[in-house]
Design a protein around this ligand. Sequence first.
Ligand SMILES: C[S@@+](CC[C@H](N)C(=O)[O-])C[C@H]1O[C@@H](n2cnc3c(N)ncnc32)[C@H](O)[C@@H]1O
Length: 639
Amino acid sequence: MSSIQRIRTQKKKVSLSLLVHPQWLAGEKSKDKKSQPYGGSVTDNAETSARWLDARAKTMRLIEFRGNLPKEITCPDTGLRINTANGTIPKQSSYTCGACGTVQDVLTTVKASGKSGPVAPYAIQAYSPKRDRAGFAYGGRYFLPAEDPRTIIAAQQEWENRKDADLAAYWPRSELPFGFMTHQNNGGIPNHGFTHWWKLFGTRQLLTNSLLLKAIIEVGGSRHSITAREVVLASFLNYVRNQSMLSFWHRAKDHFAPALSNDNFHPKDTSIEVGAFVTTGYGPWRSAVSGLSDALDWIANPWELVAREGDGPGTKSDKVYPQDMVVQTTTNLHCGSATDLKHLQTGAVDLVITDPPFGGLLHYSELSDFLYVWLRLALKERYPDIFNSEYTPKTLEAVSNRARNPDNPDAHYKRLLAASWTEAHRILKPGGMLTFSFHHSEDAPWVSVLESLFEAGFYLEATWPIRSDETKGEGSKPGTFGSQKIEFDIVHVCRKRTQEPTSVSWAKMRRQVLQDVRSLKHLLEHHQKAGLPEADLQVIRRGKALEYYSRHYGKVLVDDGRSMTVLEALVGINQLLEEEAGGVKDPPPVTAEPFTRQFLRLFDGGVSLPRDQMRKFLRGTGIAPSDLGADPLDRRHFS
Ligand SMILES: C[S@@+](CC[C@H](N)C(=O)[O-])C[C@H]1O[C@@H](n2cnc3c(N)ncnc32)[C@H](O)[C@@H]1O
């Protein structure tokens, strides 16, 4: 069974299910009746693939069902009864072998074949402007079975003839370099047969993409400026996202979605090819270039988005035109690592604005290679310093990456961040300002950022929560669809520390913070009435407390005269805010440092605690069970 579509009529919604006939899903043997091999993978030659496509098209049949799909339907042509609940897929990522009937794991089979899985089309979504104008359901779109493979076969033949001739310089040949997203996520992409970047594209997609790239570089000779060609290249990268085996039919949204819609290389089971020059919808070249005219419109009359007042996340915003026009001036762009800004003089800069990576949430350089390998083909001669290397530079990337830094990925991330802050500190004027945004969904990466920031000689002047535009709410791990839930970006405003911090005891700072939080209370309550959610207010309170801590960084002393770490400070601040909000009865004495305090709160007179309960108690405090010395091997009790 394939995707389920929804048809909207003027009066009511009708659901439409598109089923692929079980005869087609039964598959094909590896050879035809004359023992000639079938191709079908992007690495197969045009002759074997033509045989495969012809054979696949012969059994292609779609069954369209309107209304609520019953458990069983009967094919009107063949009389076959089809169980719609189970389909022909026995379990996730598995299939039943047509030849021997055994259930097999798809990845195991693909791996054993030594190439990417064979691909054949099964459905075409067509569009009729006439039907659309006549008010037919589904905007004039409809489905056809992919019964005629001639155009694909012709494209495959053309690719075979031209790929090492006039198109040789216009498609990437490099392998996927070893990385987390490529080799450790999703069962390892090379295990799916995707050992080289070009194998992540179908044959016809390779032909289209390389023809377009060739045209962008060559068409019109000296009639077109290099700048114009470079601008179009930006759209070409959009197009490459639209035209690959990772571009897919989004079942829930019932439309095309490009590769990297989610930040991974998860192989797709609903890969889709969009006609390069079709005139409707999202995905063709026309939609890839539309951003260029949008950009020109924005330059002519810049706009900002303003959220409608009092609404929660996901609400609509309005466009406002502040008349803040783009100034025509010369801007120097420099591509390099923030850890090394030697082209900028010491103490010369007024303001540094940056948006650092968030721990190991996104692996920018590894994901960028998917596009970089295409872009490089066009730019390596003109910009050898930047595009000489086969892949995006990785050594200095501030990211927590288990593949490249298996021993201690977090330490690498922190080291690179620290080096970046140190450079920012060097180039800033004494009164200069550093401001950066940082996602906030968990404390650990935030601790790394703050610690390295304070170490570099900055203090926090203010923190502002803003709703993150990356909140996707489909909460999931890398490798699946939907990114992790991130609630906030926090804008941090920092200055250079110009004098040595003075000592202060945590107990005293606690009192000071408490006083401030109380005096903020009235103001914040007012905001709450105006619709600012409690979570935002909590970020403001925590920010306020951290500002104090940062001013005395390294000199905030706990009882034994030891200075308090950022993690301890965050834990202490969380406790303080919780107690202030009335969430804790009989809090431990104020002189207890945060970890001891948590310890006392946890056990509350008892001597042991079920592990699950401890985890529950510690959630949101900033402390992991191991921080309290809990033995990870003892799964039951902590005593
Ligand atoms: C959160 S993203 C910034 C996103 C950007 N603000 C935007 O809206 O497109 C973090 C960026 O930092 C870059 N990055 C990682 N390490 C870096 C380094 N050492 N120097 C400069 N940039 C780095 C990553 O490649 C990534 O593009």
